[in-house]
Design a protein around this ligand. Structure first.
Ligand code: DHB
Ligand code: FE
Length: 301
C-alpha cells in the first residue's frame, strides 16, 4: 500500500480543511483539528478502512452521541486526562495529596447544601429515598500538605443507590431529585462524617451504544461500587476524586478506569454495617483557577 498521508496532496488538504490559510477563526482550534484529522486519516490508511466500515463508524458516533459521556471514560480517555494532568503536575513540582480520579458523567449541580461541622452537627444523611439495603458510614479528615486541618471545605458527594442507579439518571424514574447527593459544609477542624445506603456497582445501560461498543471489544461495562467527591476549600486546590470499594468483585476490573491505588478502601464490617474511614489530603492553591472547577457542562436540577 502506498503511503499517501505524507503526500503533498493530503498535507495540502489538511491545511485547507483546518483553515490554516485563512485569517479568521481560532488558531489553537485549527492546529488541534489539523492533527486530529491527520491522525484519523492515518488510521484509515494503516488499517485500509473500507468505505462501508468508515460510514459504519460515522453512524455509530451519530447514534452514540447521547452516550459520549459514558464512552469517554469507558475508552480510558477520561483516565488519560488524569494521567496527563498528573504528569504536568509532577513536572511543575506539584505532586502529593489524595490522587485525583475521573469525575464521570453523572454529577448534578445544585445538590442540597447541608451543615456538616461536626462540632455542632452529627447526622448528615445522603439517602432520602427508601432503600432496603445496609447502611454505609463514611468519615475522616481533610488536611493540607502539612497535616493542617482544611477549614470551611465543601465536600460534594454523590453515589448510586443499591440498584446501581444515580438519581436524575435513573431509568426506572423511581428516585427523588438529589437522592444520594449532597454538598456538605465542613467546619474549622476539617472533619467530615455522613451516612447513606450502600451503593451497588454501576453498569452502562443495557442495549445502549456504550454497551454495544464494549461487547464489540469483548469487554464489559461494569464499575465497582464507588462514591464520588469534589472537595473545594479556600486556599486549596479543588480535588475531583472517588473511592471504590476494595472488596467489590470489580475493584480491579473497572470499565471506566476510575480506580486508583490509594482510593480503594475496604469497608470495615466488624460493627455489622460497612464503615469506611478515609482521610483526604489537598494541595494548596497557587492561583484562583486552582480553586474552581473545570468548565465541563454538567446536569443541574
Ligand atoms: C460512568 C459511570 C460512572 O458512575 C462513573 O463514575 C464513571 C463513568 C460511565 O457510565 O461511563
Ligand atoms: Fe459513578
Amino acid at each position: 500500500m502506498t503511503d499517501i498521508i505524507r503526500s503533498d496532496a493530503v498535507q495540502q488538504l489538511l491545511d485547507r480543511a483546518a483553515g490554516l490559510g485563512e485569517a479568521g477563526g481560532d488558531p489553537r482550534l485549527k492546529a488541534i483539528l489539523r492533527d486530529l484529522l491527520e491522525a484519523l486519516m492515518s488510521v484509515v490508511e494503516r488499517h485500509d478502512i473500507s468505505e462501508s466500515e468508515f460510514w459504519r463508524g460515522v453512524d455509530f458516533l451519530g447514534r452514540g452521541a447521547g452516550e459520549f459521556g459514558l464512552i469517554v471514560p469507558g475508552l480510558g480517555i477520561e483516565h488519560f486526562l488524569d494521567l496527563h494532568m498528573d504528569a504536568k503536575d509532577a513536572a511543575a513540582g506539584r505532586s502529593g495529596g489524595t490522587p485525583r480520579t475521573i469525575e464521570g458523567p453523572l454529577y448534578v449541580a445544585g445538590a442540597p447544601l447541608v451543615d456538616g461541622d461536626l462540632t455542632t452537627t452529627n447526622d448528615v444523611n445522603l439517602t432520602t429515598d427508601p432503600d432496603d439495603t445496609e447502611e454505609l458510614t463514611m468519615s475522616g479528615r481533610i488536611t493540607g500538605p502539612d497535616g493542617e486541618p482544611v477549614k470551611n471545605a465543601i465536600l460534594h458527594v454523590w453515589h448510586a443507590n443499591s440498584k446501581g442507579f444515580y438519581s436524575h439518571f435513573d431509568p426506572t424514574g423511581e428516585q427523588s431529585p438529589f437522592n444520594n447527593r449532597r454538598r456538605i459544609r465542613l467546619g474549622a477542624d476539617g472533619r467530615y462524617a455522613f451516612h447513606s445506603k450502600m451503593p451497588r456497582g454501576y453498569s452502562v445501560p443495557p442495549e445502549g451504544s456504550a454497551e454495544q461498543l464494549m461487547k464489540l471489544l469483548g469487554r464489559h461495562g461494569d464499575r465497582p461500587a464507588h462514591v464520588h467527591f469534589f472537595i473545594e476549600a479556600p486556599g486549596y486546590r479543588t480535588l475531583t476524586t472517588q473511592i471504590n470499594f476494595g472488596d467489590d468483585p470489580h475493584a480491579h476490573d473497572d470499565f471506566a478506569f476510575g480506580t486508583r491505588d490509594g482510593l480503594l478502601p475496604v469497608p470495615d464490617r466488624s460493627g455489622g454495617n460497612p464503615a469506611v474511614l478515609f482521610d483526604f489530603v489537598l494541595q494548596r492553591s497557587e492561583s484562583a483557577n486552582d480553586e474552581g472547577f473545570s468548565s465541563r457542562s454538567r446536569a443541574s436540577a
